[in-house]
Design a protein around this ligand. Structure first.
Ligand code: NAG
Ligand code: NAG
Ligand code: NAG
Length: 334
């Protein structure tokens, strides 16, 4: 297929999903082009700013994509992740451990300020996150898809909920499947969305145990048996067990961490997934079959399926119509 055909197919797929969503529920639904009349340049403003950002700070791509995932898993895609705490005794999702290393909030604030100038109080922070995620993937040479919009912003954000609901990098396959199922996402979505690890970095602390001290014995052979032996040597050369190395960055998809492609699945299939939650995808017949299927197919298949799963995830727990609000500033409620 040519890339034009892929784009066209992606478009038809997302249109199909939008139609199914319309038929499937009586609640207010998202729609592609929600801002066509109220803020016609919204997606252009976001797209232009993201082109500029990704030129000067390409490493923000991974974190900005992850912000969308981390937001949707807690209270749905309502930008609750972006809220600052108003007092130290009421920490928000942003303050929770799993969100401590996210970056890119300044980019979101900058884009939102431009949108407020063009069309005050119109474009929600929840939609800004969803559109940024799409643009990041496309700018990293991945697929382009139409993002249904019309989400509203939530007014509540609780650190503990993020701790409980966000899939941990140490999670096993049964926990991963049930956390995704809890959001209406199936095993295929789990595998396909894990493919987002094709861009960005992890930290040494996420693998130190796997390569030095897996069972707590701590001798030189105490490594994760599910990890490829040659890959252990490579990881050890990057991450010493010293605490000083804990926050050193590690490419999740070495060699192509700035390119959105299907190499993540080839690595996981070769037992070179960085996180235990990547390796875990091989522990279940259904998720394992998806890993091998996507590793062995052309990247276009992953692209089509990623677009579909991103639209699925973007529908999780959304606020629409008169629910919630459209924040003026993404870091605090109006
Ligand atoms: C929100 O908190 C971040 C630090 O976590 C800070 O840089 C930013 O200025 C805050 N935003 C607002 C609007 O208070
Ligand atoms: C998976 O992890 C959960 C939570 O840590 C644990 O309760 C469960 O027993 C584990 N399941 C398997 C099959 O190891
Ligand atoms: C390995 O882990 C165990 C249990 O978490 C800990 O007590 C021990 O100090 C660690 N050993 C090394 C060499 O880090």
């Amino acid at each position: 297929m040519t890339s034009d055909q892929v784009h066209q197919l992606n478009y038809m797929l997302s249109l199909g999903i939008a139609l199914l969503a319309l038929l499937g529920s009586t609640g207010a639904q998202l729609q592609v082009g929600f801002y066509a009349k109220t803020c016609p340049n919204a997606e252009i403003i976001i797209g232009e700013e993201m082109s500029r950002v990704m030129k000067v700070a390409p490493s923000l791509g991974g974190p900005l994509l992850r912000i969308f995932f981390h937001d949707c898993f807690v209270r749905g895609c309502d930008a609750s992740l972006l809220l600052n705490h108003t007092s130290k005794s009421n920490p928000t999702e942003k303050d929770a451990g799993p969100n401590q290393f996210l970056r890119g909030f300044g980019v979101i604030d900058g884009i939102k300020a431009k949108l407020e100038k063009a069309c005050p109080s119109t474009v929600s922070c929840a939609d800004v996150i969803a559109l940024i995620a799409r643009d990041v993937v496309h700018l990293d040479k991945g697929p382009y898809w139409d993002v249904p919009t019309g989400r509203r912003d939530g007014r509540v954000s609780i650190a503990n909920e993020a701790l409980q609901l966000l899939p941990a990098f140490t999670a096993n396959i049964s926990t991963l499947k049930s956390q995704f199922a809890g959001k209406g996402l199936n095993a295929k979505d789990l595998v396909v969305l894990s493919g987002g690890h094709t861009i960005g970095n992890g930290h040494c602390f996420a693998v130190t145990n796997r390569i030095y001290n897996f069972t707590g014995r701590g001798d030189s052979s105490d490594t994760d048996p599910t990890l490829d032996k040659n890959y252990i040597a490579r990881l050890r050369s990057k991450c010493s067990p010293a605490a000083a190395d804990a926050t050193k960055l590690l490419e999740m998809d070495p060699g192509s961490f700035k390119t959105f492609d299907n190499s993540y699945f080839k690595l996981v299939a070769k037992r070179r997934g960085l996180f235990q939650s990547d390796a875990a995808l091989l522990d279940d017949p259904e998720t394992k079959a998806h890993v091998f299927r996507l590793a062995n197919a052309s990247p276009d298949l992953f692209f089509q399926e990623f677009a579909v799963s991103m639209v699925n995830m973007g529908n999780v727990g959304i606020l629409t119509g008169s629910q919630g609000e459209v924040r003026k500033h993404c870091a605090h409620v109006n």
